[in-house]
Design a protein around this ligand. Structure first.
Ligand code: ADP
Ligand code: MG
Length: 357
């Protein structure tokens, strides 16, 4: 099993890009970026292969990839893993306004992966509840990592949070966790919907040069899912964690004309994203080396983000990265950097076609 699956999704042009040229082309599982300013002759494009390349630029096109299709490809796999007792992690990576939140959370009229995964979970639970040899228990938590500090998005009294954020600790068996992070028992999709709305409203936003409400923090929505069996002679309990992560914008600090606080945020964002990249490529590397059983050091502890995700990245966990990109020529540089990051996340064994000239 590949340790990490990688998908790339391109969104429609937005209002600010209306005069821009579309420079992203997708075919089968490949994504190509045609040079923005250089006239393309023959194959001047940079082409990358991923597990999935999702073209969501044009709703009217027969190739248009919907929120539902992404759930069917990726979300259903996450649910399978959880019901088998494995952990899973899905994260969205990309520059601000590239479609991370749209892909993960979506809109009321067109829900994204997180609400669809929750819906799918409760749907499967009620199907399995027909027999009574199993019992299911679901709790959710929702946190934000801002400047390497952990904040609880579901705590009704954020002012009571300790200065410097909540502490991350590591249990020898259960793995890393956040001390005093609130967890909420949910019995159906309605419960989750309310909590998501509260958490989204609490997300830290600050204006930057690029986007007024751009998110400068990583948000992790976690489903803690327990299944208990009674029918066998040895009753057993399985816990799976599903982490659904909306990462902060990946643009370099200078791209947003940042100074002072913004610059510090930029540095911390980059640190987590760089560490996440190193962790993922170390895992990809490890799966390549499995035959030779060479040890690979995985730098989980180098950022709060990767430390918290430790037991859901690699091993038997299902890890999915969705890289979101803009179709416009004005974003050429950021898009190329996102495509390269996504490409590094892929195991060498599973990505033979990377063609960059
Ligand atoms: P990010 O979270 O990466 O900063 P958003 O998800 O907020 O970006 O997307 C920016 C804007 O683009 C939003 O208005 C969103 O509705 C729109 N958008 C993003 N992706 C898509 C898509 N695949 N289809 C339609 N609209 C999209
Ligand atoms: Mg966002």
């Amino acid at each position: 099993m590949a340790s990490v699956r990688v998908a790339v999704r391109v969104r429609p042009l937005n209002k600010r890009e209306k005069k821009s040229k579309v420079i992203v082309r997708m075919k089968d599982n490949t994504t190509s970026l045609v040079q923005a300013k250089v006239p393309v002759q023959g194959d001047g494009a940079k082409t990358f292969a991923y597990d999935f390349s999702y073209d969501s630029t044009d709703r009217k096109s027969p190739d248009f990839v919907s929120q539902k299709k992404i759930f069917q490809d990726l979300g259903v796999d996450v649910l399978h893993a959880a019901f088998q007792g494995f952990n899973a992690c899905v994260f969205a990576y990309g520059q601000t306004s590239s479609g991370k939140s749209y892909t993960m959370m979506g809109e009321a009229a067109d829900k994204g992966l997180i609400p669809r995964i929750c819906e799918g979970l409760f749907c499967e639970i009620s199907a399995r509840n027909e027999g009574d040899s199993m019992s299911f228990h679901t709790e959710v938590s929702y946190l934000e990592i801002y400047n390497e500090h952990v904040l609880d998005l579901l705590n009704k009294r954020p002012s009571s949070a300790p200065k410097g954020g909540l502490r991350v600790r590591e249990h020898p068996v259960d793995g890393p966790y956040v001390e005093n992070l609130s967890r909420h028992v949910v019995q159906g999709y309605g419960d989750v919907g309310e909590l998501m709305a509260t958490g989204n409203a609490n997300r830290t936003t600050a204006s930057t040069g690029m986007n007024d409400a751009s998110s400068r923090s990583h948000a992790i929505f976690t489903i803690h899912f327990t299944q208990a069996r009674f029918d066998s002679e040895l009753p057993c309990e399985m816990l799976s964690k599903i982490h659904l992560v909306d990462l902060a914008g990946s643009e370099r600090a200078d791209a947003t004309r940042a100074t002072g606080t913004r610059l510090k945020e930029g540095a911390n964002i980059n640190k987590s994203l760089v560490t996440l990249g190193s962790v993922i490529s170390a895992l990809a590397d490890m799966s390549d080396k499995q035959a030779t059983k060479k040890q690979t050091f995985i730098p989980y502890r180098d950022s709060v983000l990767t430390w918290l995700l430790k037991d859901s990245l690699g091993g038997n966990s299902k890890t999915i990265m969705i890289a979101t990109i803009s179709p416009a020529d004005v974003n050429y540089g950021e898009t190329l950097s996102t495509l390269r990051y996504a490409s590094r996340a892929k195991s060498i064994v599973n990505s033979p076609t990377v063609n960059e000239d």
